[in-house]
Design a binder for this molecule. Structure first.
Ligand code: NAP
Length: 276
């Protein structure tokens, strides 16, 4: 897929949330690259950046062929702390640049009252500086819905390239997707598989059977046909290979509509009420 600054972003992306630091993480990154993944998503708060970096060094593919994302955690919001957080992520990963750096969660009004927008704007100014300093190629947001995103957009010198939000059958994020489309901001789907719990959903399973595919492949295909980049995490080599193999088939309009109508649910926190 393409970002609004001209950079390519490989799809699908490989997730590492809850992947334990150490050998399991190193091996899962190596397996992911072996399976064909070129896009690895991590975050400071996942506590596994050192192992993700080690996996990148061991995978046998040049750094320039890979797309690596990390995120500034909530305790590090604001101008100076964000600059230092990025430095720490780069050092833990053992990299000299990130392809994409995201603000992990917006400061929200529930926690920060009328200071929330100013905190997000300050964090964004630091993100822009990281691009100017060429330590980060693209910058973006995560868990920003229109009410968090609009004040950032109003003061931005660099448009966010991506917004990574919880997105899967049952959570279509229509308003956020619409605002992102208007600004050419790529939507990335976290928990695209519903943390594995969507894989037994009856409609999805029956569509998968019809195509000779698995539910995980159908869900990610559904994301891609909606123009959304899916992220999926696994620490098992067989599942990693399965999750990467999402091209070479097409869902019909009626199958897309059927998956669109999976009942609403959300696994993660809502950005307006997240208290962490
Ligand atoms: N920006 C954010 O706030 C945010 C929040 C959450 C996640 N993310 C990113 O998005 C990525 C994906 O989200 P996620 O990790 O929450 O959930 P997910 O990818 O939807 O689901 C992961 C779960 O599904 C299982 N699984 C994966 N593939 C499978 C398959 N083919 N068959 C059966 N089970 C399978 C995994 O188990 P095994 O590992 O045991 O195979 C794991 O328990 C994360 O890893 C992270 O990089 C970002």
């Amino acid at each position: 897929m393409k970002l609004n600054n001209g950079y390519d972003i490989p799809s699908p992306g490989f997730g590492t949330f809850k992947t334990p630091d150490g050998e399991v993480c190193v091996e899962s990154v190596v397996e992911a690259v072996k399976a064909g993944y070129r896009h690895i998503d991590t975050a400071a708060v996942y506590g596994n950046e050192c192992s993700v970096g080690e996996g990148i060094r061991q995978c046998g593919i040049a750094r320039s062929e890979l797309f690596v994302t990390s995120k500034v955690w909530n305790t590090e919001r604001g101008y100076d702390k964000t600059l230092r957080a990025c430095e720490k992520s780069l050092s833990d990963l053992g990299l000299d640049y990130l392809d994409l750096y995201l603000i992990h969660w917006p400061a929200n009004e529930m926690q920060f009252g009328d200071k929330a927008a100013a905190i997000n704007a300050d964090t964004w100014r630091a993100m822009e500086r990281l691009v100017d300093e060429k330590v980060v190629r693209s910058i973006g947001l995560s868990n920003f819905y229109p009410n968090h995103m609009e004040p950032v957009l109003a003061g931005a010198n660099i448009l966010p390239a991506a917004d990574q939000v919880e997105y899967h059958p049952g959570l279509l994020q229509k308003e956020t997707v619409e605002l992102c489309r208007k600004h050419g901001i790529l939507v990335e789907a976290w928990s695209s598989l519903g943390r594995g719990k969507l894989l037994d959903e009856a409609h999805i399973a029956s569509i998968a059977e019809r195509h000779g595919k698995t539910s995980a492949q159908v869900i990610q295909r559904w994301c891609i046909q909606h123009g959304v980049l899916p992220l999926a995490k696994s620490v098992h080599a067989e599942r990693i290979r399965e999750n990467f193999d999402v091209n070479g088939f097409e869902l019909s309009e009626s199958e897309m509509a059927e998956i669109d109508s999976v009942p609403d649910f959300r696994y993660g926190s809502h950005p307006d009420t997240a208290a962490f």
